[in-house]
Design a protein around this ligand. Structure first.
Ligand code: PAF
Length: 282
């Protein structure tokens, strides 16, 4: 495994792979890697000749300076894990390497990026589009792998790919969970013991909400009842819970309003000061 710190270096190795006609799988990450990332890398390893993983805490997608300052950096452990997974190239650049000048590009991502995370974190998805488009432009991957925990992010990236015309297959990979149901996240390390103990209630109540649908409640009612149930757990406070079309991310009023990708409930919950997100398919 080779660690590459410059765009020029990355460009050279992937150009070489492409010249040889090899397929390239890209797994973009912000480091602090866990088993969720490992599942993306393992899938990329199975499906491609060459696997590139980027480890870069992208400043332009943080709309909160404190969140950026406290985001975990675990480069050595990340490199060790990626080596074990059989990754070929790890791209670990500095912010100055990626952004020698401020990136002023504004992506017209439209409604898919305006709701939920887009509404709560202004500028966040534009920052994601900036870094992912830069990575796609350099690596020109055959396939790129993203976790479904950030469900809306995948929809936004698909939109960015349409706008920019990248020839890449976006592969969405299922959420990996702890045994008690908590979705794996780099932010979980920030949970206190008390917060960690209540956090699995998020998944428990999302699963319970499937029954509400069976009982005949509408998407809006299921969302409201589930949000109330989460907020009734001491130590949990929702920012939003919305049931949306799984492709357009627009809220649905009736179950039959969801398109071919179905409906998904997306939640953001503050747990002991840590912002956790999760989702469930209906
Ligand atoms: O999901 C993430 O970790 C980030 O948003 C991504 C896609 C690596 C872009 O920085």
């Amino acid at each position: 495994m080779e660690i590459i710190r410059t765009i020029k270096g990355l460009d050279a190795v992937v150009a070489d792979a492409r010249e040889k006609g090899l397929s390239v799988g890209l797994v973009p990450t912000m480091g602090a890697l866990h088993a969720g990332h490992r599942s993306l890398v393992d899938r990329a390893r199975k499906e491609n000749d060459i696997v590139v993983v980027s480890v870069f805490v992208n400043p332009t997608q943080f709309n909160n300076a404190e969140d950026l300052r406290t985001y975990p950096h675990t480069e050595d452990a990340d490199a060790a894990m990626l080596e074990k997974c059989g990754v070929d190239f790890v791209f670990m650049p500095t912010p100055e390497e990626v952004y020698p000048e401020p990136d002023t590009r504004v992506f017209k991502l439209g409604p898919v990026a305006e709701v939920m995370e887009g509404a709560m974190r202004p500028g966040h998805f534009n920052g994601v589009a900036q870094i992912v488009s830069k990575l796609f432009a350099i690596v020109k991957p055959t396939r790129a792998y993203f976790g479904e925990k950030d469900f809306q992010q995948i929809a936004v990236i698909r939109r960015m790919v349409e706008i920019e015309g990248f020839d890449v297959k976006i592969v969405d990979c299922p959420i990996v969970r702890e045994d008690d149901g908590l979705a794996l996240s780099s932010r979980n390390v920030r949970l206190s013991a008390e917060a960690r103990a209540v956090a699995p209630n998020i998944r428990r109540l999302l699963v319970a909400s499937l029954d509400l649908k069976k009982q005949g409640y509408s998407p809006v009612e299921v969302a409201r009842l589930t949000e109330d149930a989460i907020n009734n757990v001491e130590g949990l406070e929702t920012e939003y819970y919305q049931i949306v079309d799984a492709a357009t991310m627009q809220p649905i009023m009736e179950w039959n309003q969801a398109g071919p990708r179905g409906a998904v409930g997306c939640v953001t919950v503050y747990c002991g000061g840590v912002r956790l997100i999760d989702n469930i398919r209906y």
